[in-house]
Design a protein around this ligand. Structure first.
Ligand code: BTN
Length: 319
C-alpha cells in the first residue's frame, strides 16, 4: 500500500492530492493513508500536508530515494529492488542479516551509516547525505573460490563510472580501493557465505566519498572526495545508477562463462600500482615488491628484490 500511495504522490508531484481522493482510489481508510504518509516522511520523503488540501510530494534534493533511482535504472536487474534507509548501522550488516529474505540483485542504500565497516575490522566513516554507502546482494551460481572476483568487478565498475561522470583520473589500487591523486575515494568490502562448493550469498559493500567537503585530521592525509577533487557537487543518484549499470554489464559477461577478461582490461588499464614499487601488507607481515601484472584470475603478480616472482591473492597494498 505504501508504494501505491507513493506512486500516486509521484504522478501528482508538485500538486496536492486529497486524502479523500487517495482513499477512494486505493480503497483504504483515511487513517491508514495518514499512517503510511507519516511512515514515508520518516523514510525521508518530503511530503507537505495541508488540512483540507491534502498531500504534496516536494522536490527531494539529492536523496537516494528508491523511486528516483528506479526511474533512471530502467531494466537493469541489479537495483530493481532497493532497500533505503535514512540511517542504519551498516548496509553490509543489514544485507548479511536479511540475506536469506532478500532477492538476488537487491541494493541496500543508506544516507548515513552509524557503524560503517571497512576491511581488516576498521571503521568506515559514512556521514549523512554526502556519500554513497551501498551494498549489493548477489546470489550467483558459482563456486565460493570465485567470490573474490566480485571485488574486481565492483572496482572496475566504480572506476569506470567515476571517470565517465566526472572526467577525474580515478585509478584502482588493487584489490579494492579507488584513488584519485593518491588519496582514497572509494573502498569495497566483499563478504560471502556459503557451503564448500556453493555460494549462498555475496554482499558487495561499496563506500564512495562523493560530496564530502572535508575530513577529520586523521583522514585528511589519506582520503578525498569527488567534490574536493573536481570542485563540483555530484548527483549521487546518477552515480549510483551508472555504477549499477556498469557493474551489471561486467557481472553478466563474467557469470556467463566465469571469464573476467572484460573487467581485467579496466583493472589493468586504470591500475594505480602496476609497474610501481609497492608495500604488501598481509596480517602483521609487510614486504616490498614491484607490481608487474594482474593475472586472468585477478591475482597480483609481484617481483621481489631477489628477482623471484609471487602471486598475491589478498592483502593490502600501499604505494
Ligand atoms: C575498505 O576500504 O576498508 C572498505 C570500505 C567499505 C565501506 C562500505 S560502505 C557500504 C558498506 N557497508 C559497510 O559497513 N561497509 C561497506
Amino acid at each position: 500500500m505504501r508504494s501505491k500511495i507513493l506512486e500516486e504522490l509521484y504522478i501528482n508531484k508538485g500538486n496536492y492530492i486529497s486524502g479523500e481522493v487517495l482513499r477512494t482510489k486505493l480503497g483504504v481508510s483515511r487513517t491508514a493513508i495518514w499512517k503510511h504518509i507519516n511512515a514515508l516522511k520518516e523514510e525521508g520523503y518530503n511530503i507537505e500536508t495541508i488540512p483540507r488540501k491534502g498531500y504534496m510530494l516536494l522536490e527531494m534534493k539529492d536523496k537516494l530515494l528508491p523511486k528516483e533511482i528506479e526511474a533512471l535504472i530502467s531494466n537493469n536487474a541489479i537495483g530493481q529492488q532497493i532497500v533505503y534507509f535514512d540511517s542504519i548501522d551498516s548496509t553490509n550488516s543489514y544485507a548479511k542479516k536479511e540475506a536469506n529474505k532478500l532477492k538476488d540483485g537487491t541494493v541496500i542504500l543508506s544516507e548515513e551509516q552509524l557503524l560503517g565497516r571497512g576491511r581488516r575490522g576498521r571503521n568506515w566513516s559514512s556521514p549523512k547525505g554526502t556519500g554513497i554507502w551501498m551494498s549489493l546482494v548477489l546470489k550467483p551460481n558459482i563456486p565460493p573460490t570465485e567470490g573474490v572476483k566480485m571485488t574486481q568487478i565492483a572496482a572496475a565498475a566504480v572506476c569506470k563510472s567515476i571517470r565517465e561522470l566526472t572526467g577525474l583520473n580515478a585509478l584502482i589500487k588493487w584489490p579494492n580501493d579507488i584513488v584519485i591523486n593518491g588519496k582514497k575515494i572509494c573502498g569495497i568490502l566483499t563478504e560471502m557465505a556459503g557451503e564448500l562448493n556453493e555460494v549462498n550469498y555475496i554482499i558487495v559493500g561499496i563506500g564512495i566519498n562523493v560530496n564530502t567537503d572535508g575530513f577529520s585530521c586523521e583522514l585528511k592525509e589519506k582520503a578525498t572526495s569527488l567534490f574536493i577533487e573536481g570542485g563540483k557537487k555530484i548527483d549521487r543518484r546518477e552515480l549510483v545508477v551508472n555504477i549499477l549499470k556498469n557493474f551489471e554489464a561486467l557481472y553478466n559477461i563474467y557469470i556467463k562463462d566465469l571469464n573476467l577478461d572484460e573487467t581485467l582490461v579496466i583493472v589493468k588499464n586504470y591500475s594505480a600500482i602496476l609497474g610501481k614499487e609497492i608495500k604488501i601488507i598481509q596480517g602483521n607481515l609487510e614486504k616490498k615488491a614491484r607490481a608487474i601484472d594482474i593475472n586472468n584470475e585477478g591475482l597480483l603478480l609481484v617481483q621481489m628484490d631477489d628477482g623471484s616472482k609471487e602471486l598475491i591473492s589478498s592483502g593490502e597494498v600501499s604505494i
